[in-house]
Design a protein around this ligand. Structure first.
Ligand code: GLC
Length: 433
């Protein structure tokens, strides 16, 4: 099924008109699992090993015969994602190494012809559906295996062949596996413009096949989603921060050696708060082992995070407004839903009292999120003091108790200030200084 190619202006007006409807589930989901799995996983040195270690293609290709995902590996990933409170997954269908994990007629260098002789993308899609997770395909534009990939930068015929190759592989992904929710392009090299990639035509083809799909910003068109990587920085659009599990590699590295670098569950929840406070998503990566097993260093932390989310989900999931992730008292994060501010307490105060600054809107009630139990409070100007708190954090999973502050109307955060002159000459902390 082809389509009349719209101009960029008409195309972007058309996609903007449907964006809110397409993004709704994504904005509510907040938390997803990235999965980097491919031939590089066999070596366990980095997903860029082929390029960084200057492997000759003929030598690297030999890995294809050794690629041996155990049956059910994608189910293991999906089961952990579900347990972790993640709502969607994005898997590398073909990384920069150029090896396709699906039954491709366009790219013979694939998991049906080499190694397992199975369609791993099919197994991934089936696993996502079994566990009720939305489905994302990572699809690299860069390719270290295809002979035209680098010539495309200066040879128009090579560029035409290569962009057609990219387009037809993505057509397979958009037509062979049913409804797909996210198309996650990566590394638009060597061409440096959307025109160089024919991205306007490519993405109109994608959307003609998958009308509800979310496309990220890495085909050199802005599309639906900003993708800060390795840092969680809010954008003035829909955005999703992608993070490795250990700040070392997206692909598998020895779990025992990775452990000291891997995120603790508390750090993962803290990242989730930063994403939530900025109205964005966190896409947290696992790099499965050579046989497809979930990396051992990720299982316990993600399981714990899931247990915590099971008790504190409303603080993260669902429609949120932007707030200040650390403003209330410096040792808690905040998230904001309508009239409710959630305090994600990284450090629980001693002495039974907690101070919260910066909100002068009338405070109606304070409760512990997980069980709705009331908490006594006093409000003076921009200063709120919670009283009668237990000596230890009431959160038994991670020690991160969430407190819900219900205001009479949508609260506006104003930093309580020792410099009243900066705020129109009034002491915004209510004269308590
Ligand atoms: C960078 C890396 C790539 C990884 C991606 C994940 O683009 O080059 O290896 O898959 O980040 O966002």
């Amino acid at each position: 099924m082809e389509f009349t190619k719209l101009s960029r202006g008409d195309y972007e007006r058309q996609t903007a008109a449907t964006r809110d409807e397409r993004m709704q589930w994504f904005r509510d989901a907040r938390f997803g699992m990235f999965v980097h799995y491919g031939l590089y996983s066999i070596m366990g040195r980095h997903e860029w090993a082929m390029a960084l270690e200057n492997f000759p293609i003929a030598e690297y290709e030999k890995l294809a015969g050794k690629f041996n995902p155990k049956p059910g590996a994608p189910r293991e990933w999906a089961a952990l994602a579900k347990k972790a409170g993640m709502k969607y997954m994005v898997m590398t269908t073909r990384h920069h190494e150029g090896f396709s994990l699906w039954d491709s007629k366009v790219n013979p260098y694939n998991a049906m012809n080499f190694g397992p002789k199975r369609d791993i993308v099919r197994e991934f899609v089936d696993a996502c559906r079994e566990f009720g997770l939305r489905i994302g395909f990572y699809s690299s534009l860069m390719d270290w295996h295809h002979p035209d990939a680098w010539r495309a930068a200066f040879d128009t015929e090579a560029r035409a062949r290569f962009t057609k190759y990219i387009k037809e592989m993505n057509r397979e992904l958009m037509t062979q596996y049913g409804k797909i929710d996210v198309l996650w392009y990566d590394v638009s090299a060597p061409m440096e413009s959307w025109e160089g990639w024919d991205s306007l035509e490519l993405n109109q083809m994608v959307r003609s096949l998958q009308p509800h799909i979310i496309i990220n910003n890495r085909s050199k068109l802005p599309e639906d989603l900003g993708t800060p990587e390795g840092h969680i920085t809010a954008e003035d659009r829909d955005w999703e921060a992608c993070m490795t599990f250990n700040d070392l590699s997206w692909g598998y590295v020895d779990a025992e050696q990775a452990l000291p670098y891997s995120y603790t569950p508390q750090r993962i929840v803290k990242m989730l708060n930063t994403a939530t406070a900025g109205k964005g998503n966190l896409l947290l990566n696992i790099g499965p082992a050579p046989d497809g097993s979930v990396p051992a260093d990720a299982v316990a932390p993600l399981t714990k995070v899931g247990q915590w989310i099971a008790e504190n989900g409303p603080a993260g999931y669902g429609k949120k407004d932007k707030t200040v992730p650390w403003g209330a008292n410096g040792v808690c994060g905040t998230s904001l839903s309508g009239n409710t501010v959630y305090l994600w307490n990284w450090i629980w105060p001693k002495g039974g009292e907690m101070g919260v600054g910066g909100f002068s809107t009338l405070l109606k009630s304070v409760t512990l999120l997980k069980d709705g139990s009331s908490i006594a409070f006093e409000q003076k100007g921009h200063r709120i003091i919670l009283k009668g708190l237990p000596e230890k954090s009431p959160d038994s999973v991670l020690g991160i108790a969430v407190i819900a502050l219900e205001f009479a109307e949508k609260p506006e955060f104003k930093r309580a200030s020792y410099y009243p002159q900066l705020h129109g000459g009034t002491d915004v902390s209510g004269g308590n200084i």
